[in-house]
Design a protein around this ligand. Sequence first.
Ligand code: GLN
Length: 480
Amino acid sequence: MDIRKATLHALADGLAKKEFSSRELCQAYLDRIDAEDGKIGAFLEIDREHMLQAADAADARRAAGRVLSACDGLPVAVKDNIAVKGERCSCASKLLEPVKSPYDATAITGLKARGFIPFGRLNMDEFAMGSSCENSAFRRTVNPLDPARVPGGSSGGSAACVAADFAPAALGSDTGGSIRQPAAFCGVVGVKPTYGRVSRYGLVAFASSLDQIGPLSHDVEDAGMILDAIAGVDRHDSTTLPAAVDSYAAAAVEGAKAGSLAGLRFGLPKEYFTSGMDASVAKIMDESIARVRALGGEIVDVSLPHTKYAVAVYYIIATAEASANLARFDGIRYGARKEGDGLVDTYYKSRGAGFGDEVKRRILLGTYVLSSGYYDAYYLRAQRVRTLIRKDFEEAFTRCDLLLTPVTPSVAFHFNEKNDPLQMYLSDIFTIALNLSGHCGISLPAGTDPESGMPIAAQIMAPALGEARMLRAAAAFMRK
Ligand code: GLN
């Protein structure tokens, strides 16, 4: 069996036709990981025994004619900030290195209920803070398409894993672009669902009002298959939306079959087409616009006037929430303890040794913007601007069905290229506003930079709970 670029739906067919077993499939991925991951660095850890046991159980169900779904026996790799019972969940941080999850995240429960086999701990920026995976406390992940370049972040391990064919798909999390940007850098598909579409229960919180779990995959249908398994209301997360779950994979199949965007209006937010993107990205965006037109879609100009504040607002709100969320990691209840002289000194020593520089920077920033005297000036004001950003999107979606934008201003950058944190933060300009607004978006491979040979992505965004519409359009857009 050839696992190169193999999609979940093709592998599901193979399993159904008994061309191979789930054990053979999982073993093929493990063999490839063993041969290649020393160079790529996508995984922090893999529980091979457990994975193969799950494969055997899936094969036994299939032999008995009792599959849990068409996906029974398909492996999906998992970012290291999503809880899988009995496995480590370190968020690529020394502070959480000793921690093993006592329970499954709801997204994992959803995958298992359909027979998917969640496996492995994928590398990431520590606590999902970063855009390059360079903030992992444990290892470097390289871009499988050019090892001198970063895979993106924070779900860099997830994107590299799919691009390197270590798994047919992976779970990531997106707080300010962490699924879409690495997907763009590695040439795979990545979806940030609407805030509240997928439960955050069991996702280690970075910025709770922005975080969402989502899929990284080879194609749009596969992203839909994962979304079908993980979307929905959850009593463990009161921010999940009680809306009915559409059939996302079916929407993608429909879109690919139709191969038409007729009747859909695509808004081009003018703020996303002016500020500093590379010429190669601008060219691919021109081609993407032409493609939408050729497929019968209508292009309309729209404006998201508060976009220019998005990065600033994000780095106030996200750091404020992070400083509160990360307060619980004190070496007493959770994580690695460094014994000090009394309780307070133990906190200092444990947190001082456990957190990396970027995480400390965010905690300091967040604590500052929440402190008395600055709360109104920064935090409260940022919340007000956030509302304006959301209203911009809502206003735009009265004039169009979807938005079309770039994902990143450049192709994947080189290691150590963005040593200045501000430069790193600014690379998220095209992804961050969508987390602040809460709507959904998908990153799609749309072309290649002729000079570097690196992939360039286009982003389609949709209104709240518009995932089915978005995937239908994305699949039509991607049809070869
Ligand atoms: N790059 C952004 C940050 O560093 C977004 C991270 C994310 O989406 N988790 O915060």
